[in-house]
Ligand binder design. Structure first.
Ligand code: UD1
Length: 342
């Protein structure tokens, strides 16, 4: 897809969606956001406009399962492509509410595919996840490695990939790129956009940020008896700005070939929980209290991307290191201790 385009971004007010919206606006694309604000807020859309220096063409409050609302969005614009983030993403919640996860994540994706077909939109970038590799000891992971999802959240992402692969087989004009991100963290360097979790954060980075600014007492480190150098879990943290650039490049490469392709999005480098605590303490200039507790059910020792395929295909590589990830996350936390104003 070459030249300025009109792109529908579902979940565009969320963490990765909002950074991607800015990246697209910065590169001359028109952006239309659909978000139900169930885990985000209209405040994020205002911030997108502020950071990009111009607003999205439109922002709709709508649920993808609301067929009338989605049809109206597609009727009102002529989309060249869709970037589909809108989904629920908390692993623990997915274990408690599996049906909701299948309904929203899988049903939302098929509803979107239906609207795309009805409006002859044939290009899609899909937000997938390294969690589909699941219970694995292989390091690093390549796109050809088997999927073994261990929770409903991960299974919904795997099912969506399977559905997209199958639909592409029968709809030859469709072109889909699924990006399997490892652990996106950080924030826009302006401090105006970042991750705003609902309630107490599940993920380690927003949790650390709230410990550093005193909103939470201490980090619980989930296990120090993993077969890793310091015994704590190792993950491939990747700066959300690099992830956003990956989506913009994916859009530019959607026409490289028809059908479905899948790429890992990570740095290829692992960081342990204790290394992350240390990097965050350094950025915040304050020690971060933590205690070692038992392992969190469902966690694996180590997840690291082999992201060489995407580097070969489009030249995408990461340019921001761990120091930038924690500095940007900390700046966002300091500037927005209570998230976005509504
Ligand atoms: C999970 C999902 C991933 C999803 C991501 C964001 C899996 C395997 N992974 O990643 O797909 O994209 O959430 O929603 O399903 N930790 C602590 N203390 C905490 C929180 C986390 O020690 O309070 C540790 C964990 O044990 C882990 C690391 O920090 O080793 C990262 O955890 P987290 O940020 O929750 O992300 P993942 O579980 O890797």
């Amino acid at each position: 897809m070459l030249g300025p385009s009109t792109v529908l971004v579902t979940g565009g007010a969320g963490f990765i969606g909002s950074h991607t919206a800015v990246e697209l606006l910065d590169h001359g694309h028109e952006v239309v956001i659909v978000d139900d604000y169930s885990n985000s807020s209209p405040g994020a859309v205002e911030r997108i406009a502020k950071v990009a220096g111009r607003p999205p063409a439109a922002a709709y409050e709508a649920d993808l399962l609301d067929r009338r609302a989605l049809t109206e969005v597609f009727d009102n614009h002529s989309f060249d492509a869709v970037v589909h983030f809108a989904a629920k993403k908390a692993v623990g919640e997915s274990v408690r509410l599996p049906v909701e996860y299948y309904d929203i994540n899988v049903g939302g994706t098929t509803a979107l595919l239906r609207a795309m077909r009805e409006h002859e939109v044939h290009r899609l970038v899909f937000s997938s996840s390294c969690s589909i590799y699941g219970d694995t000891t292989k390091v690093p992971l390549t796109e050809g490695d088997p999927a073994r999802p261990t929770n409903p959240y991960a299974t919904t992402k795997w099912l969506c990939e399977r559905i997209l692969t199958d639909v592409c087989r029968y709809v030859p004009e469709l072109s889909v790129l699924a990006l399997r991100y490892f652990n996106p963290v950080g924030a826009h360097p302006s401090g105006l956009l970042g991750e705003v979790p609902n309630g107490v954060p599940n993920n380690v980075m927003p949790y650390l940020a709230q410990v550093a600014d005193g909103r939470l007492d201490r980090l619980q480190v989930f296990g120090d008896d993993y077969p890793t150098p310091d015994g704590t879990g190792v993950r491939d943290y990747v700066h959300v700005m690099d992830v956003a650039e990956g989506h913009r490049m994916a859009l530019e490469h959607l026409d490289d070939k028809p059908g479905m392709s899948v790429f890992n999005i990570g740095t290829g480098r692992g960081t342990s929980v204790l290394e992350l605590v240390s990097a965050f303490s350094h950025a915040a200039g304050t020690p971060i209290p933590y205690e070692i507790t038992g392992r969190r059910p469902g966690d694996v020792a180590e997840l690291i991307a082999d992201a060489t395929a995407v580097a070969r295909a489009w030249g995408w590589t990461t340019s921001r290191d761990l120091a930038a990830m924690v500095e940007d996350a900390w700046r966002f936390q300091q500037m927005n201790p209570a998230g976005y104003p509504n």
